[in-house]
Design a protein around this ligand. Sequence first.
Ligand code: 5RP
Length: 223
Amino acid sequence: MDPKKRVGLEAALRVEDGMVVGLGTGSTTHHFIKSLAERLKEEELEVWGIPTSYQSYFLAVELGIPVTTLDEHRPDLAVDGADEVDPHLNLIKGGGAAHTREKIVDYAARTFLVIVDEAKLVDQLGRFPVPVEVLPGAMSTVKEGLESMGGTAHLRMAHMKDGPVISDNNNFILDVQFESIPHPVHLEKELNNIPGVLENGIFTGAVDEVLAGSVDQVKSLKK
Ligand code: 5RP
């Protein structure tokens, strides 16, 4: 079975009746949300989702998962994908430009479960560029700030639309390549200190468990 589908199915089994669940974004969480919707129908479970993007919002609505907000509920469990996972369970996220809302929901959850294809496991973060969401008017000053920190920043360009990607929050995304990221906890904070940065895609100290899938098994990683 496809590793992403395998971990999506496994994560859906972690959801219990009455839970509020953070619905992550991306192709792996797509499988999770579909499997969750099937369980809701077959087992008549009462579950509410808090989407982390328009993608997960529209999918939840299409599949009949009731949605709510952080103003009304806190998530018991958040399930989300990642672009890289290090041995301390620090992450790079934001390949789908959704990391700001993902971080808000995932960090608010009582339990944060990450689901990935095992190819996303790395010894050190940094092969995948760090996505940084930036207020459009601050793009050039933020770029300078990132470059003074040793990063090379590229404005993410859209497909099927001329010009840059516009995030769900109406901002730009800079993808920042660092030579290496030996101290992700420090870098997560430093990036957010640049005026005009809304949020960056380094997630540290928040993950409770990672389910890493291969074609024939799922491994559970905990700190
Ligand atoms: C979106 C994300 C995704 O969770 C991350 O990019 C992984 O995506 P996929 O499951 O498609 O590999 O952070 O902003």
